[in-house]
Design a protein around this ligand. Structure first.
Ligand code: FES
Ligand SMILES: [Fe+2]
Length: 382
């Protein structure tokens, strides 16, 4: 991140700390609890938003040239990289009668043969052979290739739209600010460490909500990370449909002892990016944590967690340090899941038709506003 931006954010944080306030909206706001309970609403979010946007599904390094990877997320996906390095994504579904085609998690590219009647496909998705092919001779061959879905790579990650559509324009999708920031962190050259795949019985939006404010840290994370953070002091900015938060640490005022030229934002707080519609990126002093949140039903969340390090741990000491870091991170995430589960149980009781977002919970308001706007763009069932 540009040093000038770091200084600007830190000055804003210092001024707010002096006033005893957090950044936020002018007023509190309400959100109907039906957003988390209503099954038709969940299906619209899944089909009209999550199926239509580029979602992070893997790290680029998880698929070497000449290899494939499968991943069952919103739909079964087959990612295959050819010898020249070009990566393609397909729905992992045989076009004869819809069987899931490849069952292995990963491996070298090969001819993919359907286990049901033996139709075979090349790694580029082209139909290769049909046993007793005369039975299908009157069907146009081209429509029997695997269904390709749009894919692009950026920030060392693979972004896939889970349904067919136009090519992805990730430069436009992320926008200038996110690209400038992430390029400055050299996300692309980081290495994957200790990937996680976590499932918990809560609505996917409740999982995202827990990341978007730091108001809860003093209470919900009292025993784990509260000692690091300035109580309820955050900066919140909207960048298109994405959000950049800065959660200030207790060491903020040490800055006053340093010349501005030595100010380093990452020492005095964590940046937390929300990348529309379901990825969260925590920027810590010496590593990054990506969490991508997928629904598996109205009351089921799956989180793919990617910790990224500047280099693979070079010693046992470094390894233990980053393992300990992830224990803390995922320990705090479990505390968040526990609260999300309590919310899920609580809002069903009908105590109130809405819940409240305080002024400093403005990032939650933005997230839910964007979802509302995305759904209103499309007619019911459209
Ligand atoms: S369903 Fe795949 S070959 Fe029949
Ligand atoms: Fe939390």
């Amino acid at each position: 991140m540009h040093h000038a931006t770091q200084v600007q954010l830190l000055k804003k944080a210092l001024a707010l700390a002096d006033q005893g306030l957090s950044d936020g909206a002018e007023t509190a706001s309400a959100l109907p609890v039906s957003r988390y309970l209503d099954e038709p609403r969940y299906l619209r979010e899944r089909d009209q938003v999550l199926f239509k946007e580029p979602l992070l599904v893997a790290r680029s390094t998880e698929i070497a040239a000449g290899h494939f990877l499968t991943r069952d997320l919103l739909a079964p996906l087959l990612l295959s990289r050819d010898a020249s390095g070009r990566l393609r994504a397909f729905l992992n579904v045989c076009k004869h009668r819809g069987t899931q085609l490849v069952s292995e998690a990963s491996g070298p590219n090969r001819v993919f043969v359907c286990p049901y009647h033996g139709w075979s496909y090349n790694p580029d998705g082209q139909l290769r052979g049909i046993p007793h092919a005369y039975g299908f001779a009157d069907i146009e061959r081209a429509c029997l290739n695997l269904t390709e879905v749009p894919l692009a790579e950026r920030f060392g990650a693979v972004w896939v739209r889970h349904s067919p559509g136009p090519a992805l324009d990730l430069e436009r999708f992320f926008g200038e600010q996110i690209i400038a920031d992430f390029d400055s962190f050299a996300v692309e050259s980081h290495v994957l460490f200790d990937p996680q795949d976590i499932r918990r019985p809560v609505n996917w939006k409740l999982t995202i909500d827990t990341f978007l404010e730091n108001y809860h840290v003093a209470k919900a994370h009292q025993a784990t990370i509260d000692h690091l953070f300035w109580p309820n002091l955050g900066l919140f900015e909207r960048h298109g449909r994405h959000i950049r938060n800065f959660y200030v640490k207790r060491n903020l005022r040490e800055l006053r002892e340093l010349p501005e030229s030595q100010w380093n934002l990452r020492r005095h707080g964590n940046l937390l990016y929300f990348i529309w519609p379901n990825t969260l990126v925590l920027v810590e002093p010496d590593h990054l944590d990506f969490s991508t949140v997928f629904p598996e039903g109205p009351l089921a969340t799956r989180v793919l967690g990617h910790t990224l390090l500047e280099q693979a741990p070079a010693s046992d000491k470094a390894l233990r340090y980053f393992q300990r870091n992830n224990q803390i991170l995922y320990g705090a995430l479990e505390e968040d899941f526990a609260m999300a589960a309590r919310v899920q149980a609580g809002i069903r009781a009908g105590a109130s038709p809405q819940l409240w977002h305080g002024r400093y919970e403005v990032a939650l308001r933005w997230f839910h506003q964007e979802l509302d706007a995305a759904l209103e763009d499309l007619p019911e069932g459209g």
